[in-house]
Design a protein around this ligand. Structure first.
Ligand code: F6R
Length: 595
């Protein structure tokens, strides 16, 4: 996701800013830019692509100054172009601003400010909106402007008439101030700051920092000065990227409530009870002509697609098929002009998925993103652990929104659409509830870690969840594991069951609850231990289970967003208990670019 870096002090700012951009590269981005202030003038250089390209472009330009801001952009509003890269300007270049996040009411603000506009971004509108509020006091302009902004932001602002000031503000997108000797650093996380100082102050939501060489003042939006503590960070760079978690995988599991919010933000319409995903590049008429949906993907992404199949069919009635890309590619699939094909991929580089017609990808600027010609980014942020967790959840989120959008064109009613959105909005809080069980799941992992085999069972929309839980366990721990649609178990797999073969059953309270309960009874009769994922307060499940993990209740179609999380934690803790390299399991690669 986007990254911000800022510096104010006595040193030459440019090398610090460029180095800072490099250490933010791990977050993922598609373009970069820098603005420096010198002698009351601001100079700005931006470039599409990697920081190296920006460095080349700066090349001969001898820009210098002791104060500046820089940014790596991950496209949200508007394509990957130099004009859309940050920092953005207002007032003929007098004010510059770098921004992470999304300004939801930018259209409304655009009406109030003056053009011309050089980009397609919400950020440029924000820069112009702050300039519109400027009456000689930059900090005041930022405070007044932000009171009327809806959405999320982490911003850094400079004004040519304030050669000794950077104003920063946060709502939803993290910002941290590094405190040196008569100098300050500003960044989206501590990684770029660590080489210079270990003393930092984290901004909280709704706070505005006014930074000059003599000091740092932090205000809230009501303009009250706030006393903030200074934290001493003793992490190295890799530890900083892990945000204090032991491994990337655990961090990414815990990122889910936040990145899920990023995936759905601004992409639904409560009043109309529908979703609005611009990336499809199809008008209403074209959408109505779609008669069939095909989803293609590999591994975890294919399980996200299987979940989507249930949701598309339920909400839209459109026949929906899922295929693993490597099979789809060499079959003779029947695809006519009324078939919409989604290719779903975290990395956007998976070779088998590359022949996509439409892409849902996480990595901005990846090959699939470029070649598909249309698509939607999942906004999961960089996923560094090989085993996919948060990217999967956000794929499910985006596919649910697509299914809702198509559903509303067919037989999903306004009330059903609104109910789904209301329940989607509760998901982050419910995910947090589940994450609180991490320590309990760690104890269960200790108990089950020495089994050689595992069977995962689920029905309906929880069948793909069982497949995903089983894949996570096998790839992270190397324990042999299988997943079955619970109703199918008695047609063969039941022969495997014995006291040495534990079963994990997803048995939340939905339409198929009673059926699932009967399958669990069948398992118990074979003396296998049973670990059940059940809805909060379900006492019957507790009686059936050797061990139980409770999850909050939601709509049946949204259950995978919650039910997968305990399975990710179970795989993670079991892998750690067995001493596995959880972030880099053997034989696996993060992007599979060979057949
Ligand atoms: C499993 C996992 C893989 C990927 C698969 C597709 O945890 O990460 O199964 O899901 O290789 O990769 P992408 O989504 O990058 O196309």
């Amino acid at each position: 996701m986007c990254g911000i870096i800022g510096y104010i002090g006595k040193k030459e700012a440019l090398p610090i800013l460029l180095q800072g951009l490099r250490s933010l590269e791990y977050r993922g981005y598609d373009s970069a830019g820098v603005a420096l202030m010198h002698d009351g003038k601001i100079e700005r250089i931006r470039e599409v692509g990697k920081v190296d390209k920006l460095v080349q472009k700066i090349g001969a330009h001898k820009i210098s100054g002791n104060i500046g801001i820089a940014h790596t952009r991950w496209a949200t509003h508007g394509g990957v172009t130099e004009a859309n890269a940050h920092p953005h300007t207002a007032g003929q270049g007098k004010l510059v601003l770098a921004h992470n996040g999304i300004i939801e009411n930018y259209r409304e603000l655009k009406e109030k400010v003056k053009g011309p506009f050089e980009s397609e971004t919400d950020t440029e509108i924000l820069a112009k909106w702050i300039f519109h509020n400027y009456k000689g006091d930059l900090a005041q302009a930022v405070k007044n402007a932000l009171r009327q902004v809806r959405g999320t932001y982490g911003i850094a602002v400079m004004h040519a008439d304030h050669p000794d000031e950077i104003v920063a503000a946060r709502l939803g997108s993290p910002l941290v101030v590094g405190i040196g000797e008569d100098e300050y650093y500003l960044a989206s996380d501590v990684t770029p700051i660590l080489p210079y100082t270990k003393r930092v102050t984290f901004l909280d939501d709704g706070e505005i920092a006014v930074i000059n060489r003599r000091g740092l003042k932090i205000f809230n939006l009501k303009d009250e000065l706030i006393a903030k503590g200074v934290t001493n960070i003793d992490w190295n760079v890799e530890e900083a990227q892990k945000g204090g978690f032991e491994n990337f995988m655990l961090k990414e599991i815990f990122d889910q409530p936040t990145v899920f919010g990023d995936a759905i933000r601004g992409r639904f319409d409560v009043k109309e009870g529908t979703a609005k995903l611009g990336g499809l590049n199809m008008n209403l008429e074209e959408m109505q002509k779609v008669k069939r949906v095909i989803l293609i993907a590999c591994g975890t992404a294919s399980y996200a697609c299987m979940i989507a199949k249930y949701v598309f069919e339920k909400l839209s009635g459109l026949p929906t098929e899922v295929d693993v890309s490597s099979e789809f590619r060499y079959r003779n699939p029947v695809v006519d002009e009324h078939t919409l094909v989604f290719a779903v991929s975290q990395s956007g580089e998976t070779i088998d998925t590359l022949m996509a017609l439409r892409g849902i990808v996480n990595v901005v600027g990846s090959t699939i993103a470029r070649e598909a010609g249309a698509g939607t980014y999942t906004h999961a942020g960089p996923e560094l652990a090989v085993a996919s967790t948060k990217a999967y959840t956000n794929m499910v989120a985006i596919l649910l929104l697509y299914a809702l959008e198509f559903g509303r064109l067919h037989h999903t009613t306004l009330e059903e659409g609104q109910e789904m959105i209301q329940n989607l909005l509760k998901i982050p809080e419910q995910m947090n509830e589940i994450l609180k069980n991490s320590e309990k799941i760690k104890t269960l992992a200790e108990k089950y870690k020495n089994y050689r085999d595992f069977l995962f069972l689920g029905r309906g929309i929880n069948y793909p969840v069982a497949l995903e839980g089983s894949l996570k366990l096998k790839e992270c721990t190397y324990i042999h594991s299988e997943a079955y649609a619970a109703g199918e178990m008695k047609h063969g797999a039941i022969a495997l069951l014995s006291p040495d073969f534990p079963v994990l059953a997803i048995m939340t309270k939905n339409r198929l609850y009673e059926k699932m309960k009967s399958n669990v009874e069948e398992v118990r009769a074979r003396k296998s231990s049973v670990l059940i994922i059940a809805s909060e307060g379900d006492r019957e499940a507790k009686e059936l289970a050797d061990d139980i993990i409770y999850v909050p209740q939601t709509l049946e179609l949204l259950e995978p967003l919650l039910n997968t999380i305990p399975l990710q934690l179970f795989a993670y803790h079991t892998a750690v208990a067995l001493g596995r390299d959880v972030d880099r399991p053997r034989n696996l690669a993060k992007s599979v670019t060979v057949e």
